[in-house]
Design a protein around this ligand. Structure first.
Ligand code: SAH
Ligand code: SF4
Ligand code: F3S
Length: 432
């Protein structure tokens, strides 16, 4: 059967869609990008904010009308895990629901669904991490590799621990094998992903050891990782980022708020001061590092003064960039029991304020790079202008520059000639 998968949410979901594709192709199915001719249409979903979830449900209802009448429609991922059977009532014509720990069962599920038997597989707690799934048979230049799954942190606003289960790490050997296989197939960069990568643990060896092991893969040029929780980012990891050549100088370190009281209500287990000290240690240990973050405004009880502490923290740290959200109540989380008392318009105004501030800071940080040189892994001609090549610097910034399309896949040094909040413009690429 031909299977079409549409993916929403974080990098883990992108990765899981590939896991599903390899499980399905190994059992004789084929993948397709063409919705109109697919026999099975699946949506891999995200539940992190109310809006993400509502959008996905809308999309599912819409897809039913676009696909072949006899094709089956299914839902996978975090919304599937969260809502399970309830989805059958929400989405008319839905044939199967498969949760985050049940992707192994997809071949059977698809068979049932195609025979007209609705299938729901959302059991959790199996500790599944898909270590033994079939190898990939193709790879992009930049790939994701999951190193751990789940989360035990229970930040009070967050649904992830409920839909992704307890923290568990993959064995180092399985990760290294997967990276080596991807490199053989053409990957040059891997991003090691997990809800909480720095709590990776394999028989007493931690994330810094893992970076060392992955760096040993011959032919691999670059290593990135995400996401780091401030409580787990050890000095060993900072040293590893500073000293292992292949590890890129970029750390995504969600702060969430600049107010210690709000952080406490969020159950983040660090104070503003501890975060600031950690950021300083990272900048000392990894010269030129880019620090990026996630921020939530309008958490229950957030006062104007507490919000201003977030603003002042952003001015103090000067993040290279940030993902910013207003608080969204998630049923079943601890914060759902707090009164969601910041009015919607105040949430939106606060969000606008920090988005404006971050845009200004990012422009300034990028402008300061004009005249310097950047090492870029060249991905492909830019979407907007085919004369320009597109890639990312070691610090994760988008760089475009004029150059020969033959440079795609190579690492070059370019001189930064101008910059905006979104893009660095380079000139004179030289192969490194
Ligand atoms: N540690 C995770 C974070 C996943 S969620 C990881 O693997 O990346 C990504 C971001 O979404 C969080 O850092 C937080 O800023 C935001 N977020 C999570 N729950 C939210 C909620 N209920 N409302 C608004 N933003 C939320
Ligand atoms: Fe959610 Fe917090 Fe876990 Fe990140 S660390 S996934 S924000 S509970
Ligand atoms: Fe969303 Fe699930 Fe990732 S809730 S952010 S897709 S872990």
């Amino acid at each position: 059967m031909k299977v079409y998968i549409e993916t929403y949410g974080c990098q883990m979901n992108e990765y899981d869609s590939r896991v599903m594709a390899s499980i399905l192709t190994n059992s004789g199915h084929g993948m397709t990008q063409d919705l109109g001719t697919a026999d099975v249409v699946m949506v891999n979903t995200c539940s992190v904010r109310d809006r993400a979830e509502a959008r996905v449900l809308g999309r599912l209802r819409h897809l039913r009308g676009l696909m072949q009448k006899e094709a089956v429609l299914g839902i996978a991922g975090c919304v599937a895990q969260r809502l399970g059977e309830r989805l059958l009532r929400e989405v008319p014509g839905l044939s199967f629901v498969v949760g985050t720990e049940q992707y192994w069962r997809l071949p059977d599920i698809i068979e049932s669904a195609s025979a007209g038997r609705i299938a729901v597989a959302v059991d959790a707690g199996t500790g599944e991490s898909y270590d033994d799934r079939p190898r990939a048979d193709e790879a992009s230049l930049c790939e994701f590799v999951s190193v751990m799954r789940g989360c035990n942190n229970y930040c009070s606003y967050c649904i992830v621990p409920y839909v992704r289960g307890r923290e568990r790490s993959r064995p180092t050997s399985s990760i290294v094998d997967e990276v080596a296989n991807l490199v053989t197939l053409g990957a040059s960069e891997v991003t090691l992903i997990g809800q909480n990568v720095n709590s990776f643990s394999d028989e007493g060896r931690g994330f810094a050891d893992l970076l060392g092991a992955v760096a040993g893969v011959e032919g691999l040029r670059r290593i990135r990782f995400a996401t780091s929780h401030p409580k787990d980012l050890s000095s060993e990891v900072i040293d590893a980022v500073g000293s292992i050549d292949k590890v890129c100088e970029h750390i995504h370190l969600p702060v969430q708020s600049g107010s210690t009281e709000v952080l406490e209500a969020m159950n983040r287990s660090y104070t503003r001061e501890e975060y600031v000290t950690l950021a300083q240690r990272i900048r000392e240990g990894v010269p030129g590092v880019a620090l990026t973050t996630d921020i939530i405004v309008g958490f229950p009880g957030e006062t104007d003064a507490q919000f201003r502490e977030t603003v002042s923290l952003m001015k103090q740290i000067r993040f290279d960039s940030a993902f910013m959200f207003h608080y969204s109540v998630r049923e079943g989380t601890r914060a759902a029991e707090f009164t969601d008392d910041v009015p919607k318009d105040v949430k939106i105004a606060r969000l606008q304020t920090i988005i404006g501030l971050q845009q200004q800071v990012t422009s300034e940080v990028n402008a300061a790079l004009v005249g310097s040189s950047a090492e870029v892994l060249v991905e492909e001609p830019s979407q907007k202008n085919k004369e320009l090549l597109f890639g990312r610097s070691r610090t994760g910034k988008v760089v475009v520059f004029p150059g020969d399309a033959g440079l795609a896949g190579h690492i070059v040094n370019v001189k930064i000639a101008s910059a905006s909040a979104w893009t660095l413009h380079g000139v004179n690429p030289v192969l490194s």
